[in-house]
Ligand binder design. Structure first.
Ligand code: AMP
Ligand code: MG
Length: 331
């Protein structure tokens, strides 16, 4: 049985999270909202509960989880040491959509890190996420609350679709603000690396860290999650680069979903058109929700106009290309 509760992020009391915190402390699974996407959490110290997250998601056993904290003090217990660079990053970007990777302390079970000697830590900004961790009293290990391979959930309805009957409790806290997962920065290596782009961009990080580069790509991924099929709705996704209207004219039928951007929906003669928004931030906030919506509407393929490659656009394109499994149509 999965209990579903609604909590208003703008008007709630910690009391409303009492039951969810109790479930977590007793080894249960709780799906909760964050500013990036919804997470599926267990207390990081309970190995059995952590393994249940992998089962619920169908997550490959070598894909580690992120440990979510609600104050800086909790970081010190999770990692071997806190270098100056980490502290600087944390001061600038926490709470917020940035995950930091450091050598783990002995407190962190290998179930959480999927056997790695490093741990990923994030201090979210979402008031319900931080209140939940505070009420629980223990950091929460949590990946995104979707079935493995599906688009991450950015609204409770999509968490419910994937996790009803699997999570013990789901907290409906409305829509995620950013809509894509956190930026992952590896500080366990000599030159810091962005392993996953997100709302905190490499340009945001450079002034704080100085030297930073993108981590290696698909061949030998440092961030294990990056090598799997990801973010894919049931319908195949094709990225359309070039003249979107003429490509759609050629390829779209009534059962085609078109995710448009900067092209007015009325220009498309056929298909179900959803507008990704006015800029790459709006695109991020809509993307996963609309990819899932297309499946609900029964489309048989999705044509997606990508955003420009500006800061957030880079991160959105990273997700979109994975959703499409690299399928691009140019003309
Ligand atoms: P999710 O929260 O579902 O987006 O998954 C967490 C992401 O963080 C995955 O892409 C993981 O591979 C990555 N991650 C977690 N821990 C580590 C780590 N110790 N080293 C590298 N990447 C990690
Ligand atoms: Mg995920």
């Amino acid at each position: 049985m999965t209990k579903i509760i609604k909590v208003d992020p703008e008007n709630y009391t910690d009391n409303e999270l009492f039951e969810a915190a109790g479930i977590l402390r007793n080894g249960g699974l709780c799906a909760f909202p964050t500013e990036t996407v919804y997470g599926l959490g267990a207390i990081y110290t309970d190995c059995e509960a952590v393994l249940n997250i992998f089962k619920a998601k169908g997550r490959p056993a070598d894909n580690p989880l992120i440990v979510h904290i609600c104050d800086f003090e909790q970081l010190y217990k999770l990692v071997k040491e806190v270098p100056e660079t980490a502290l600087n990053l944390a001061k600038h970007f926490w709470g917020g959509p940035l995950t930091i990777i450091l050598p783990k302390s002995d407190c962190v079970p290998y179930e959480v890190t999927a056997g790695l000697d490093t741990v990923a830590v994030r201090f979210p900004s979402h008031p319900i996420a931080t209140a939940l961790i505070r009420e629980t009293g223990i950091p929460i290990a949590a990946p995104s609350a979707n079935l493995s391979g599906k688009p991450s959930p950015t609204a409770a309805e999509h968490v419910i679709a994937d996790m009803k009957g699997k999570a013990d409790i789901i907290i409906d806290g409305g829509n995620s603000f950013f809509g894509i997962e956190s930026t992952v920065v590896d500080l366990s290596v000599k030159v810091p690396q962005v392993l996953r782009p997100g709302a905190v961009t490499i340009e945001d990080l450079r002034p704080v860290l100085g030297n930073i580069e993108y981590g290696s790509g698909a061949s030998a991924p440092k961030s294990p999650g990056m090598k799997y099929k990801h973010y894919a709705p049931d319908a195949p996704v094709y990225i359309i680069e070039g003249d979107a209207v003429s490509i759609a004219e050629r390829l779209a039928d009534e059962k085609t979903g078109i995710l448009t951007y900067n092209v007015a929906p009325e220009n498309f003669k056929k298909g179900i058109v959803l507008d990704a928004g006015k800029n790459s931030y709006e695109y991020a906030a809509h993307m996963f929700y609309y990819l899932r919506k297309f499946d609900e509407l029964g489309v048989t393929k999705i044509l997606a106009v990508p955003p420009e490659e500006d800061n957030m656009g880079y991160s959105v394109r990273n997700r979109l290309y994975k959703s499409a499994g690299g399928k691009v149509i140019c003309e």
